[in-house]
Write a protein that binds this ligand. Structure first.
Ligand code: AHM
Ligand code: MG
Length: 339
């Protein structure tokens, strides 16, 4: 099929605008700002090897982790694109300590949307030329429009998301998102700078055979996770499963959604809530997973129903094919009963 016959992301956004009741085009403009920022980050990620932007920025973020230069750059790019285009009234970023209030429009704060973003997830992979990603999550504010945003606008449950998605800066660059009507994926043609609809209505295959977890932490895992891993490795039926772990959530999730698999970042001995952040990483991925026929859990509860209490809250994360996540949950429950 020629590129002329393919639908672009811009056309798709406009086509779907009417899915939103009383749509004013504000949400479409917000998605367009994310699309634009992703192209700028893509350009910078691609030239990371030649420009002097690889390596640490010398700062630590709120989690106490060292920030890579590209983390800082990606954070700036998304915040600038979203705030200057006046499409959101607030932004919370994994890389910033606190949320940002955005006074947009002639009367200030007129947008009804807030965005939570992990601007460059998996950034420890940049130095070695491995795929990284951007994750975003969009909510309607809950406080009065026209006033400064408050913490409660960001501390919403995953079930209240209006849209969520990711950009994977991989062998090709893709943007994948949902507004609650399935998941669609768009691939960037770098020569034209245009995203085309390449993966309409993405779904997890019925059966999955891949498990993705950092097995180096095995000795620190809860017994339920250890038992589930043994189950994955057992020679029986369609098992053993295949182990694949990139260490970039976006890339691991993307592969598992296409090929069928489960991603796990559990709690471990000295980290009872695991590593991943509920608001910036787990909720958006959970929304995508459910919209693609999969499931996301903290081992016991649905991720999107967890009550957030702080911006940088962490949670254990089990996400992927429904059947696989439910099996893992079964092992987690057995472990609790034994205790
Ligand atoms: P980051 O937001 O600091 O990049 O951390 C999140 C990343 C995920 O993309 C990835 O799945 C995980 O951390 C890898 O962690 P580990 O190296 O502990 O396996
Ligand atoms: Mg991250």
């Amino acid at each position: 099929m020629s590129e002329n016959a393919l639908q672009t992301l811009g056309e798709f956004i406009i086509d779907k605008q009417d899915d939103f009741q009383y749509s004013t085009g504000e949400f479409s403009r917000l998605l367009s700002a994310i699309r634009l920022a992703s192209k700028v980050v893509n350009r910078d990620v691609n030239k990371a090897g030649i420009a002097d932007i690889v390596g640490h920025a010398g700062m630590t973020n709120i989690q106490g982790e060292q920030q890579q230069k590209l983390d800082v750059l990606a954070n700036d790019i998304f915040i600038t694109a979203l705030s200057q285009r006046e499409v959101v009234c607030g932004i919370a970023s994994e890389e910033s300590d606190d949320f940002i209030d955005i006074k947009c429009g002639p009367n200030g704060h007129l947008s009804k949307y807030v965005v939570l973003i992990d601007p460059l997830d998996g950034s420890s992979n940049i130095d070695v030329n491995v795929s990284v990603g951007t994750i975003f999550s969009i909510y309607r504010r809950v406080t009065e429009p026209g006033t400064p945003v408050q913490l409660e606008d960001f501390l919403q449950k995953g079930v209240d998301q209006v849209a969520a998605g990711y950009v994977v800066y991989g062998s090709s660059t893709m943007i994948v998102y949902t507004t609650g009507n399935g998941v669609n994926g768009f691939t960037l043609d770098p020569s034209l700078g245009t995203y085309y609809l390449s993966h309409p209505n993405m779904r997890f295959p019925e059966k999955g055979k891949i498990y993705s977890i950092n097995e180096g932490n095995y000795s620190k895992f809860p017994q339920g996770v250890k038992n589930y891993l043994k189950y994955c490795q057992m020679m029986e039926g369609d098992r053993p499963y295949t182990s694949r772990y990139i260490g970039s959530l976006v890339s691991d999730f993307h592969r598992n959604m296409i090929k069928g698999g489960i991603y796990i970042y559990p709690s471990y001995a000295n980290a009872p809530t695991g590593k991943l952040r509920l608001l910036y990483e787990c909720n958006p991925m959970a929304f995508l997973a459910e919209q693609a026929g999969g499931k996301a859990s903290d081992g016991f509860n649905r991720i999107m129903e967890l009550e957030p209490t702080e911006l940088h809250q962490r949670t254990p994360f089990f996400c992927g094919n429904t059947e696989m996540v439910e099996k893992a949950e079964e092992f987690m429950r057995i472990d609790v009963v034994k205790d």
